[in-house]
Write a protein that binds this ligand. Sequence first.
Ligand code: GLY
Ligand code: MN
Ligand code: MN
Length: 442
Amino acid sequence: MIPAADYQRRRRALLHRIGATGLAILPAAHATTRNRDVQHPFRQHSDFSYLTGFPEPDALAVLIPKRKEGEFVLFCQPRDPEREQWDGSRCGIEGAMTHFGADQAHPLSEIDTILPTLIDGKTQLYFPIGNDSLFDQRVFFWVNQVRDKVRTGAVAPNTFIHLDSILHEQRLHKTKAEIALMRRAAQISAQAHCHVMRCCKPGMTELALETEFHHTCANAGARFNAYPTIVGGGKNACILHYTANSALLHDGDLVLIDAGCELQDYASDITRTFPVNGRFTPAQRELYLLVLRAQLAAIDCAQPGKRWNEPHDAAVRVLTKGLIRLGILSGKVNTLIKEEAYKPYYMHRTGHWLGMDVHDVGAYKQDGEWRILEPGMVLTIEPGLYLPNTDAVPEPYRQLGIRIEDDILITKHGNEMLSAAVPKHPDAIEALMTNHSLRTAP
Ligand code: GLY
Ligand code: MN
Ligand code: MN
């Protein structure tokens, strides 16, 4: 749980960055329709959740540095017993102030009257520019209300700044409470991955493994996934965003499962690849160990002071050397890396920031250079190999897809693997899949 004081600290830091001449406006997410009368489960926009913790749709937060009457104003739905009978309780205007730290709160119906008066006098307006064209239009409607009054002494903003540029840098550096939540999310997902390994057997469907994963996470308190679960058996593992999860799992195949729960709006993102029947074939083990070596080399580079690209470069080097050894590539390692000869077999990057969004926010480059890793940043390390059914690939390796993904916190002296509780060495995977009560012996 994120303490109220943390939300206050986040807002204070943003208010400080905005400065006395600025003002920030941030919208909540909207509820979205799935089909006809059915809505998607509501998920608050991560930026809004980060700054307010307010869980309802359509709200609007305004941050106004140095305003005497209060620096944090929230517009939200007022209480409405009739609507609440149908849709569940609302926090309401009073609740926004008492439970979410708003200095003032107003009903959404009053935005068009009140917001222009808050904007008046500020020369810089920060908001998420260009994310939602309807919201952009509303912002300029409010600004134009102020412009219309300049002859009476009103001052309208003349500078518009993308709020993401400062807010996302804040989100990139995780606090103690955020790290605790992410550690727990990763532990729950790790437990679910172990469960899936234990119960997997030939003849099950990919969907059955997906279900086992979600059941374990939900029972541990994490109802939602951070992203759609990927369960790819056999050649389906070579499709990077395979989510059909509809095929049967065959004896002798590998299965790749990329799944992570979300806990209180914080994501985990873990991939494991293991044999459906609990035993790697020699070719599967050989290729798997290559990906594992690449992952370990990359994790070694996930240290404070290293640059963002170093883990990726380390993984690419190990994979390229391995592809030469397997006879899939030929030539000099450095030339092959320069020519990106590995790309037909390893076509994605080695990781991404992880946080409230699975592909979390924060710049990867600063001043034209890959940024330096710092304590408190969380990233994934997820190299893979996806070998097609072509003559370039020796027969036993064809259509094998392998990815190994862990969640890594950069610490003062190195890193902490948040997802360490799920095994990844082939011997450890085989041991887990053998010593359990859920699968019958082969
Ligand atoms: N599961 C999304 C990713 O690994 O990036
Ligand atoms: Mn990932
Ligand atoms: Mn993933």
